[in-house]
Design a protein around this ligand. Sequence first.
Ligand SMILES: [Zn+2]
Length: 246
Amino acid sequence: MLSERELERYKRQILLFGEAGQEKLKKSKIFIAGAGGLGSPISMYLAVAGVGTIVLVDNDVVEMTNLNRQILHGDSDIGRKKTVSGKETLIRLNQDIEVEVTDTTIDESNISSLVGSTQGIVDALDNFATRYLLNKTAIEKNIPLFHGAIRGMYGQATTIMPGTTPCLRCIFPHPPPKEVFPVVGLTPGLIGMVQATEVLKFLLGTGELLTNRLFLWDGMQCRVEEVTVEKNPSCIVCGRKEEQIR
Ligand SMILES: [Zn+2]
């Protein structure tokens, strides 16, 4: 049941989703990997939309160089753990939600328990090694993965539904080379909003998801493109076993 305050807080979106939809969001639990450039806008907008429980994992402390894009954190947070300042910001935005944070590096040994019984995994990371772990866990747990990545003024996003859509490994079999890439905050802002919109639609069971499609954003030209993506039958994560052996 929604409280009087919640009915008031979400009045304008209850016009869109109804009280039943808002209650669905309240009961929802979403895992966000990363409290940085993508994780900031994603967690903030899911918080104000009333997603009941946000699970946020990050292993970093706030540095000056983060502040051009990681809007969960500000000048006074420099040197503090991102999970601590992130939780503070989210609760300041919406006291009616739960925020569970863990300050750790996501790896093979802890990812399954970190994701726990959440309904979806949001990829707000900056490296493909850990993205592949998220992908594997999403397939194993049969929950969606909301992928997003950025570089400079370019960004991409897709929604992966285990069993029905290609997985991240089908689309990107090999990681791009590691680098300190350029980034301006509005790009993760924009791509993060695509991901957060996907999360909301999935939780509400409404609209058409960004499945089997890779959304590509070029901020320099202000162009959006969409590429159809397909399952790889010999994918090492989601392919058929007999195909993998070949
Ligand atoms: Zn695959």
